[in-house]
Design a protein around this ligand. Sequence first.
Ligand code: PGA
Ligand code: ZN
Length: 416
Amino acid sequence: MKIDRVEATTIEDTRGRPTIEVTLEAQQGSTLHSNSQGRTLLRATASVPSGKSTGSHEALELRDSESGSVEQAIENVQFEIARAIMGREFASADELDAFLIELDGTPDKSRLGANALLAVSIAAQRLFAQAEGVPLWRAIATRAGTTPKAPRLYVNVMNGGAHADFKLPFQEYLLVVEGKTSEALPIAHEAFKKLGERLSSTELEASGVPMGDEGGYAPTFSDLQQPFKLLAELVQEFPGTSIAIDAAASELYRDGAYHLLDKTYTPDELLALYVHAASALPIHSIEDPFAENASEDFTQITAALGDKILIIGDDLTVTDPARVKKAAERKEINAVLIKPNQIGTVKETIEAVRATYAAGFAAVASHRSGETSDTFIADFAYGIGAHGLKAGGFAQSERVAKYDRLLAIEREAGAV
Ligand code: PGA
Ligand code: ZN
C-alpha cells in the first residue's frame, strides 16, 4: 500500500485539552467503489487520548509547553512523517510501524512524539483493514495472532485520586460486568443510574453529584469503607458483576508512605488493607496497588492474592513488552493494563499483549482519562480477546462511544 495523503489537526479531548487527529489516504487498485481511474480511495482517521496520572516510564506525549498545545506534534506528522511515508510501499501495518519507530529513533518516542506516531499508526491500521476488507477487530486479531472475544466491561462508576481532586483516595472504583456486551451493557447502565440516585440522596451530595474526569461520579466520603459498601450493595443487586479498583498508588505515595484521606499507611499496612478488602468484598481486580517502582510490594500482593483476584500493572508496566517480561520474572502481577499511547505504536502495543499472554497473564485494554471519540480501543480489546475493557463511566459520550462500538462489533461478529 502507498499512502498518498497525510493530514494532521488539533481536536479537543474530554478535558478540553488539545490532542492530535490524523487522516491518511491511500489508493487501492480494485473495481469496487472505484473512482474515475479505476482505483479505490481508502481513507482513515484516528485521534489519540491523553493520560493525567501517567507512569514515569511512558513514551513521551509531545506538547509545546505549559499551554499544552500539540503544534509541534502536528508539524512532525505533516512534514517529517508525511514526507517519509508518502509514496513508499508498505506491505503491512507492521512494516509501516517499524518504519515509524526507526524514523523517530528514540527509545521513548521523544523526538517525533508518541502522540504523533500513534495517531499515524492507528490510522494506518484502519487503512490496512479496509484494504483487506475486514473489520478492524479482525485485522488486529490476525496481526496479533489472538482469538477475538468480547471483553468484560470495566465501567468506571466513581472517580477519585488525580481524576477528582483526591476526594476519594483511589483513582477509580469500577463495576466489572461479565457476559456478552448486549447483555452486560444494559446491566451496567442500570447499576450506574442506581448508584447515582443513591449518591444524590445522601446529605453530602444534596446539590447533585459531581462527575469525575472519566465520566463516573466523583463523590466525597470521609472514610475508606463507604464507597466499597455502596459497591458491594450494587454487586448483590446485579448478578454477574464485581468490584475493581485502580488505586493508582504512585499518586498516593509521598515520603515513604501512602496517603489515603487523612491517614498514612506503610506498604505493609496498605497490603493488609487490600487483603482484608479482597476477603470481605466481591473484588475482581486491583490495579497499581503500590507505587510504580515498588517491585517487592507488588510481588508480595500477587503472592497473597494472585490466586483469587487480578493484580493489574499499569504505571508499573506502561504497555512496554520489556517491562511486562520483567514483571513476569519478578511475579509482580498477573494482569497487564494495555494502553497504546503509553508505548506509541500499534505494533509495540501488540508486542506488549504477546508478552502478557506469554506470561500467562490477563490483558485489560484501557482508554485514558482524557479521551476523544475514537473507538479504536474497543476493536483492539475485542481483537486481542482481552479479559476486560476499561472505557469509563456513562456521563461522557466519548466513553459511551467505546461501549457502543463493542455492541456494533458483536453484531459484525455474529454476521460472519
Ligand atoms: P490516566 O488514568 O489516563 O490519567 O493515566 C487511567 C489509569 O490510570 O488507568
Ligand atoms: Zn491505572
